[in-house]
Design a protein around this ligand. Structure first.
Ligand SMILES: [Zn+2]
Length: 178
């Protein structure tokens, strides 16, 4: 009788472990996403990216930094217009990506700026409004990376954050064609 009891406990334990392991994300929190799902989604930020963007704003706010998202989803046409800027239209060159070549076009990227103490939007990556000794911009980038974003600062696109789910732009373009 006692062994039957122990056996039942074992089965229960095994069941709980199995369930627990099963609900764990296979990729350390980053969702597994198919290119097809992304290109067929609505013309807005991917829901998971949106969620992490909101978490970023909240966590930055917790340490006294106001993050403002200046851009998110861009249609292919909007991207082409942006690409033309500084090339065939007036203004400075702001992107090297044409329509369909940017993660923004798939709802997987956002651009941010921060607000200084006067409530002005700034792009000064050395500004240390919190007086922490580390520029606010880099503190935001650190939080973003903890949340799973890749920070564009690694390739000189300081306001840019993207989440590619392991998919290249080529794979996304390919999925869109089908
Ligand atoms: Zn960007």
């Amino acid at each position: 009788m006692k062994s039957l009891f122990l056996f039942s406990i074992f089965i229960l334990f095994a069941f709980i472990m199995f369930t627990y392991v099963d609900i764990q994300d296979p990729q350390h929190g980053e969702q597994q996403v198919m290119a097809e799902d992304i290109v067929s989604s609505d013309e807005e930020l991917h829901p998971y990216v949106k969620e992490q963007k909101e978490a970023l704003i909240e966590r930055a706010d917790d340490i006294g930094i106001t993050v403002v998202i200046t851009d998110g989803y861009r249609s292919s046409e909007e991207q082409d217009e942006l690409y033309a800027q500084g090339r065939t239209t007036s203004g400075e060159v702001v992107t090297n990506a044409e329509g369909g070549e940017s993660y923004h076009n798939y709802g997987l990227a956002v651009d941010f700026a921060i607000e200084n103490e006067d409530g002005e939007l700034i792009w000064d990556i050395e500004y240390d409004g919190t007086g922490s000794g580390e520029p606010d911009w880099l503190e935001v980038a650190d939080i973003a990376e903890e949340l799973g974003f890749d920070w564009g600062g690694h390739w000189n696109d300081y306001p840019h954050l993207q989440m590619d789910f392991g998919l290249s732009v080529e794979e996304l373009q390919e999925a869109k064609r089908h």
